[in-house]
Write a protein that binds this ligand. Structure first.
Ligand code: NDP
Length: 445
C-alpha cells in the first residue's frame, strides 16, 4: 500500500511544483490512511486518493483597485474549490502578503477533512489574496474587497460555495464583500459566513474557533485525568482564534501567560488582561508591544518565535502555518509542556509533531481542534436557510456538542485502525472515510 501512496505523493509533487505547504499537508494525510486502504480495496480501485488530492476547480484572477493616492494597485486572487462530495464548498478567505496558490491549496485540502469531521454537510474550499489589509484605510480595504468580489461572485453562492473569514479577513472585509455580492446578484442570501449580527450573522461565530479549540483540549485534559484549573497556557497569535481561546481557557480556570503577534510576544505571569488585548487588537488594530507599556509587571520580547521558550503546561499555537518547529517543540517538552492543541492551520512542522508525540505530549491536530469555526459557520448557514436566529447559548451548546462529537470520532477511528490515542491519525482517518464513502457512492466525477 505504501508503494501506491508514494506514487500518489510523487504525482502531487510533480503536478504542483514549488507548493511546499500543499505537499506537506497531503503527505501528513497520506501517511496515516494506509490502514484504511488495506481494509477498503474498493477505494483504491476507484482511485479515491488520486482524485481527492486534485482540486475540483482552481480559480486564479486579477484584483485591480485604487489606493488613497489615486494609484492603481494589482493583487492576485484565488478560490480553490477542492471537494464537494459531502456539501457545498466551504472555507475562509486569507488576505496576507504570503498568500500564493500553494497556501490556498494546503488550506483547502485540510478543509475537506475538517469539514467532514464537523458532522455537518459541507465540502472543502479556500480562497484569498496576497493583498495586505494591514496599514490600509477602510476605503482602500473596501476598494479591494469589492474588486475581489467582482470576480468571485460568479463562482460562489449559498448552495455552491460559501466563503468565510481567515487571517486578514474579519467582519469589516466580510461586510464589504457581502455588500458587493448583494449588489451584483440582487439577492440577499447566506453566501458568506461571519456576517454582522443584524444582517444574517450568527451569535458566537466570532468566538467559535477559540471556544471550540478549548472544548476539544478539555477532552484531551480529561482523558489525562486533569482539567484547566491552574494550568499555565501559552497562546501564539493575538487574532480572532487566539483571543477567544484565551477567553474560554481563562473562564475555565487556566492562566494564559503569553501571547504574540508577528513582531514579538508578551509575557504576563499574573495572567494576561484580555480587555487590554482586545482594545489593542480588535479596536485599534495596533501592535501587541503596547501591552507591556499599559500593564505593569508584564514584558515584551521582540521576535515572535521565542514564545515557545516560555514554560507552560498547555500550548495553543493560534497564529499561522509552520510556526512551531522541531527544536521549539523540544524546548516545550523540556519545560514540562504536556498538552498541545492546534488553533491555527498546520502550525506544527512534521518534526514538531514527531517530537511532541514521541515525548508523550498529548497532541490535538488542527483539522479537528480548530473545526469549531467552520462548524459554527455551518450553523450560520442553517440559520440563514430557515430564516431564524438562535441565541448565543443555543449556538454555543451546539458548538460544544459538535466539538465533543469530533473528539469522539478521532479517538474511535484511531482505535479502530490500530493507532489508539493518536488524535492526528484518528482525525485524518475519520475525515477521509466520510468523504471517500460519498465519492464512491457518487461515481467517477
Ligand atoms: P487573524 O488575522 O485574526 O490573526 C492572526 C494572528 O496571527 C495575528 O496575531 C497575527 O499577527 C499572527 N500572525 C499572522 N501571520 C504570522 C506570522 N507569519 N508569524 C507570526 N504570527 C503571525 O487570524 P485568525 O485568528 O482568524 O487565524 C489564525 C489561524 O487560525 C490561521 O492559521 C487560520 O487559518 C486559523 N483558523 C482560523 C479560523 C477562524 O475562524 N478565524 C478557523 C480555523 C482556523 P499580526 O497582527 O502581526 O499579523
Amino acid at each position: 500500500m505504501s508503494q501506491y501512496l508514494d506514487s500518489v505523493m510523487e504525482t502531487v509533487i510533480k503536478r504542483n511544483a514549488g507548493e511546499a505547504e500543499f505537499h506537506q499537508a497531503v503527505k501528513e494525510v497520506l501517511e496515516t490512511i494506509a490502514p484504511v486502504l488495506e481494509k477498503r480495496p474498493e477505494f483504491v480501485k476507484a482511485k479515491i486518493v488520486d482524485r481527492i488530492v486534485e482540486p475540483e476547480r482552481q480559480i486564479v484572477f486579477r484584483v485591480p483597485w485604487v489606493d488613497d493616492n489615486g494609484d492603481v494597485q494589482v493583487n492576485r486572487g484565488f478560490r480553490v474549490q477542492f471537494n464537494s462530495a459531502i456539501g457545498p464548498y466551504k472555507g475562509g478567505i486569507r488576505l496576507h502578503p504570503s498568500v500564493y496558490l500553494g497556501i490556498i491549496k494546503f488550506l483547502g485540502f485540510e478543509q475537506i477533512f475538517k469539514n467532514a469531521l464537523t458532522t455537518t454537510p459541507i465540502g472543502g474550499g479556500k480562497g484569498g489574496s496576497d493583498f495586505d489589509p494591514k496599514g490600509k484605510s477602510d476605503r482602500e480595504v473596501m476598494s479591494f474587497c469589492q474588486s475581489f468580489m467582482n470576480e468571485m461572485f460568479r463562482h460562489v453562492g449559498p448552495d455552491t460555495d460559501v466563503p468565510a473569514g481567515d487571517i486578514g479577513t474579519g467582519a469589516r472585509e466580510i461586510g464589504y464583500m457581502f455588500g458587493q455580492y448583494k449588489r451584483l446578484t440582487n439577492t440577499f442570501t447566506g453566501v458568506l459566513t461571519g456576517k454582522g449580527l443584524t444582517w444574517g450573522g450568527s451569535l458566537a461565530r466570532k468566538e467559535a474557533t477559540g471556544f471550540g479549540l478549548v472544548y476539544y483540549a478539555t477532552r484531551m485534559l480529561q482523558d489525562a485525568g486533569t482539567d484547566w484549573n491552574g494550568k499555565k497556557v501559552v497562546i501564539s497569535g493575538s487574532g480572532n482564534v487566539a483571543i477567544y481561546a484565551n477567553q474560554k481557557a481563562t473562564s475555565l480556570g487556566a492562566k494564559v501567560i503569553a501571547m504574540s503577534d508577528s513582531n514579538g510576544y508578551i509575557v504576563d505571569e499574573a495572567g494576561i488582561n484580555l480587555d487590554v488585548i482586545k482594545d489593542i487588537k480588535e479596536v485599534r488594530r495596533a501592535r501587541i508591544k503596547e501591552y507591556a507599556d499599559i500593564v505593569p509587571g508584564s514584558q515584551y520580547v521582540e521576535g515572535c518565535r521565542g514564545i515557545w521558550s516560555v514554560p507552560c503546561d498547555v500550548a495553543l499555537p493560534c497564529a499561522t502555518q509552520n510556526e512551531l518547529n522541531g527544536e521549539e517543540a523540544a524546548i516545550l517538552v523540556s519545560n514540562g509542556c504536556k498538552f498541545l492543541a492546534e488553533g491555527a492551520n498546520m502550525p506544527s512542522t512534521p518534526e514538531a509533531i514527531a517530537t511532541l508525540q514521541g515525548n508523550g505530549v498529548a497532541f490535538g491536530p488542527a483539522k479537528a481542534a480548530n473545526a469549531g469555526g467552520v462548524s459554527t459557520s455551518s450553523l450560520e448557514m442553517t440559520q440563514n436557510s430557515i430564516r431564524l436566529s438562535w441565541t448565543f447559548d443555543e449556538v454555543d451548546q451546539k458548538l460544544h456538542g459538535i466539538m465533543n462529537a469530533i473528539y469522539d470520532q478521532c479517538t474511535a477511528a484511531a482505535e479502530a485502525y490500530g493507532e489508539k490515542g493518536n488524535l492526528a491519525a484518528g482525525a485524518n482517518i475519520a475525515g477521509f472515510l466520510k468523504v471517500a464513502e460519498a465519492m464512491l457512492a457518487q461515481g467517477v466525477v
